[in-house]
Design a protein around this ligand. Sequence first.
Ligand SMILES: Cc1cc2nc3c(=O)[nH]c(=O)nc-3n(C[C@H](O)[C@H](O)[C@H](O)COP(=O)(O)OP(=O)(O)OC[C@H]3O[C@@H](n4cnc5c(N)ncnc54)[C@H](O)[C@@H]3O)c2cc1C
Length: 325
Amino acid sequence: MSVLVFVEHIEGVIRKTSLEALQYASEIAKKLGTTTTAVVAGQIEETALQDLGAYDAQKVLYVADARLNELNARACTRILVTAAQKENSQVIVLLHDVNGRAIAPRVAIQLKAGFVAGALDFPDLEKGFVVKKSAFSGKAFAYVNITSPVIIITLSPNTFPIVKAEGTATVEKLQVAFEDKDFAIKVKSVEKITGEVPLADAELVVSGGRGMKGPENWGLIENLAHELGAATACSRPVADSNWRPHHEHVGQTGGTIRPNLYIAAGISGAIQHLAGVSGSKTIVVINKDPEAPFFKAANYGVVGDVMEILPKLTEAVKKFKAAHH
Ligand SMILES: Cc1cc2nc3c(=O)[nH]c(=O)nc-3n(C[C@H](O)[C@H](O)[C@H](O)COP(=O)(O)OP(=O)(O)OC[C@H]3O[C@@H](n4cnc5c(N)ncnc54)[C@H](O)[C@@H]3O)c2cc1C
């Protein structure tokens, strides 16, 4: 019996949020008095897998198949089901990201497992297996008691800090009996975003809404993001209008992020937008309308015109950096 955790990498580099999922899984394993096994798919150096020991994995099960360099929910489901049966796992942890959300329910059905999506804390084992998660688009918390023998949890990213320790994991190749249908969905092309901070892993995010008026003004968002070392995001209408690419859209129908700082410029704060960002540690809202609903969710609010405030903020960050260099 062990706790299983699905660990993702991008071209051989383990994702930061996956390290968080790994440490979350290993805390659960300790509570249950068992060990943690990471499952990794796609080509990656063996040393990178051994290094997962520094994040509390005792063992890594690895499927070195080039077809998995682009994650594929069906094939990954078969991998996790195979691994769970081999390890006799009671708990399986994935990230609550676009991949985890596609894989976890499929694994849950195959293993007849109880499933909590978007966990925000460690399970409370005193009361059974009670997991805290957000509900109603982040408006409330739900505490879910899972009573099934096998439990699947997707963890909301950026919930816990990552602590690196010492240790080496043992690496084992996992044999998986794939079927052709596992690879029925073919990735035809991949557009890679380069030179930017990946939004899902970002600790600082500068985001723009319709109040930015048009794509020609996005330099103001990008300049501030550049000075802060932040990723950029946007509201849905901005992506729908092709002012920004869709991977930047956050909210109920877009990405869910939990950065340390979320700066929202010209975004009204509709509940569907808040669903993707309300877990941010600090929210700064810039809006010219003092009645904008986003101010209710904000830690800091600036009532003013984004066209004036954003350049001033960027200048202030530059000055601060110069003074503290
Ligand atoms: C099923 C469903 C799912 C949805 N999913 C999402 C989602 O995932 N993500 C999402 O974002 N939305 C989503 N929406 C849309 C959501 O309801 C809102 O319509 C949207 O978030 C509004 O985007 P916005 O705040 O950029 O634009 P607006 O609502 O138009 O707000 C613009 C804001 O900018 C301010 N402003 C204007 N000019 C300036 C200026 N010069 N300086 C400062 N402030 C200024 C205005 O006061 C206003 O508050 C969804 C809707 C539905 C029905």
